[in-house]
Ligand binder design. Sequence first.
Ligand code: TAP
Length: 472
Amino acid sequence: MAQLISELSKNKDIIIGICYIISAGLFIFGLKFLSSPATARRGNFLSALGMFIAVVITLWSKNVIDFKWIVIGVIIGALIGAIASRVITMTQMPEMVALFNGFGGIASLLVGWSAFVMAPQALTPVSNLTFIAVILSVLIGGVTFTGSIIAWGKLNGLVYQKAFLFPGQKFINLILVLGILTSAVLVCIPGVGGKNILFYIVIGGAFVLGVMSVMPIGGADMPVVISLLNSYSGIAACAAGFAINNILLIVSGALVGASGIVLTKIMCKAMNRSLANVLFSGFGSVTTAKGAGETGEISPINAADAYLILEAANSVVFVPGYGMAVAQAQHAVRELGELLEENGCDVKYAIHPVAGRMPGHMNVLLAEANVSYDLLVEPGDVNPTMETVDVCMVIGANDVVNPAARDDETSPIYGMPIIEVDKAKTVFVLKRSMGAGFAGIDNPLFFKPNTRMLFGDAKASVSALVSEFKET
Ligand code: TAP
């Protein structure tokens, strides 16, 4: 054993390099597998394995010989993780991700801070570059930390959930940013005195900026913001990697930073909103926005009558939305889908990219209920065939099926791609009331002649339909 350790120590740099390459490869393949629900679990496992190898090798390479505190930390962390994975419900996942991002941000800040404390005065041209990396890790890490805490608070209702706007807000933010940047530049210039104070101004300013950046954003826009903060946490980690000259931290931070930005862009596109609109428009600060102002007769239906139509249908498309998550109706939906298939009906599940409140929300719920991935279709694939569909069942979705997004140029969501359920022969809308969805606007779909409103909790309504099928 002693001989093995001595052999390993002789080739330490080569071993570290090989392990870092393996870890980076595992991160990349992990990300690739995460892009499909069918392979996501494998992706998660590969990424975790990559991180495990990276941590062990980094500790070994730094000659950490007293593992006592590290082992204690691992045990505490693993316990918190195991308990959280049991008690956190699917609808709370965005909150959990917000906290993860925040911890990532503060970790990068602490790495940058320690690098600063260890070498504050060594200002050669090379160390100037290191200083820039230190400042970036502290600045972006600080913004990510407090921004994520506010995002978490907004999602769970501890912080004012709507967009918080006040007069002069943009001007104050501008002064804040200028103050931080000036201090940051001065820290990096050799010979400037008072670097410690300037450095702490950057940290304090970053904390305040994180709060000021997220407060003006409406609580329901948080998934986009969380994805952006996820990207920030990656960039902060990347900068921290440069600060301590750790290649793997640079690679993994860059991967997180880039994938977070891509996800943010996908979400903005699916809502037909620019990132600037999400960040600065104060969407959701007022609830006066309306759709076409549609009024008229609605046609309610009960489960017994809805069953008769479903029983005769040759094709049914389920369109789940946020309400399915709230009602936890996914298992009942899958059961109904299976009964329809047994009845000779063609069943599909149409998933809108921003249905629900987090990316992939509907995919995860349907996967949990063991709905086959082959049955999932995207709006672009199902919309052209919609006129041939006998019944579209809208399960707690609202904005993502709102025809105003297609037909009403004055609608706040005009231009957002929708699932065109109104073109199906019959539409069942399962929701509890005539209440609006996330965008807070009317939905003309409810008043269409081919729409039937099946009021009630989605799980109760779908279960009632399942009972009708089983009883007859
Ligand atoms: P929403 O438009 O928010 O509508 C959800 C509907 O579910 C509500 O109208 C509500 O009506 C109904 N509902 C709530 N609880 C229910 C229950 N227990 N049983 C039955 N129905 C229930 O949802 P959507 O169509 O999924 O659209 C998502 C919205 O969130 C979009 O506007 C999107 O832009 C936004 N958004 C999404 C994301 C991501 S990443 N997914 C990110 C940011 C923003 P009742 O109260 O009448 O029941």
